[in-house]
Design a protein around this ligand. Structure first.
Ligand code: 13P
Ligand code: SF4
Length: 305
């Protein structure tokens, strides 16, 4: 079957079987084109709870599929590619954080949504990159243990100077490997470009940005801006998407290293096979994990997420 036929078959089968396909905006264009909804982590978690379909295929990474399952336990949730994990989400085990918590008993434990369902069960509140600053401001506690991403944590700490932060050595291996020097070189090469950066980048990169935000915030900023050139400091899919959407503007990826292999693991063939009843991985979580992890996500929604 050629690509167009597979695409048409996917569109036909998902309608016939009433399956909702969610895709993170770092997925390839072939996948976002067949999705019912594309967005950032926060938007996908909201969509997950709103869709009527009984089966959801999550084209993204494992923690995202787990989030869908936590918010919709009655649905069948399938992770598009069983090998697609997020290295940051799997960096810190529940046991490791339980131990750290003993040294910081009066701190609120704030977990980036890029964490496993198991780890969320022992955290107080979740945040997404889009909501982190607002939620940390709204937490009654003024002492924050922020896990796992120290780069996002530093960004939040800078924006909430009235609180005390304990950060750990975790983070995204993709965003985190871009150096301040690489950012300076990109800015020198494109002196007229606005520099838009995801807060998972190191502080030396973030400090040089004209705008810092989640994937959706970066997209919205670039579309609305009068500027004609942009350096995009996040996964390469965002620069590609923006170039397609705004052909009169120029988008330069900050680095060709900004490719997340886990986000690129899903293919059209994977989605087709799942719709035919083969492949993917159904996410199964026990009731206790679901209810405790849900409390952490509900707290995010309560605090303004
Ligand atoms: P967003 O929350 O901006 O979608 O980011 C998710 C992610 O995995 C970034 O690396
Ligand atoms: Fe995880 Fe980084 Fe990939 Fe996002 S880009 S899924 S944080 S490894």
């Amino acid at each position: 079957m050629d690509t167009l036929t597979i695409r048409d078959e996917i569109l036909r089968l998902k309608k016939e079987k009433d399956v909702c396909i969610l895709a993170h905006s770092y997925q390839s264009k072939a996948i976002t084109e067949i999705a019912d909804f594309t967005g950032d982590s926060y938007q996908l978690s909201v969509m997950a709870s709103k869709t009527e379909a009984k089966t959801v295929i999550m084209c993204g990474v494992r923690f995202m599929a787990e989030t869908v399952k936590i918010l919709s336990p009655e649905k069948t949730v399938i992770l598009s590619s069983p090998i697609a994990g997020c290295p940051m989400a799997e960096q810190m085990s529940k046991e490791y954080i339980e131990n750290i918590k003993k040294s910081y008993p009066d701190y609120a434990v704030v977990a980036y949504i890029n964490t496993t369902a198991e780890l969320k069960t022992i955290c107080d509140v979740c945040v997404t990159s889009a909501s982190a600053v607002k939620i940390v401001k709204n937490i009654p506690n003024d002492k924050i243990l922020f896990i796992p991403d120290c780069n996002l944590g530093s960004f939040v700490a800078k924006n909430v100077p009235e609180k005390t932060f304990k950060l750990l050595h975790g983070g995204c291996p993709i965003h985190g490997k871009i150096t301040g020097e690489e950012a300076r070189v990109a800015k020198r090469l494109h002196p007229k470009a606005k520099f838009l950066v995801h807060p998972e980048c190191v502080p030396q990169v973030v400090a040089q940005a004209d705008f810092i935000g989640s994937t959706t915030a970066i997209i919205d900023y670039a579309k609305a801006s009068d500027a004609k050139e942009f350096i995009i400091g996040t996964e390469i899919a965002i620069a590609e998407y923006l170039q397609f959407e705004c052909p009169d503007k120029k988008f330069y990826p900050l680095s060709s290293k900004l490719i997340c292999p886990d986000m690129k693991a899903t293919t059209l063939v994977d989605v087709y096979n799942i719709l035919k009843g083969d492949g993917g991985e159904e996410i199964l979580l026990d009731d206790e994990t679901i209810s405790k992890a849900r409390a952490c996500i509900d707290k995010m929604i309560e605090l303004g997420g």
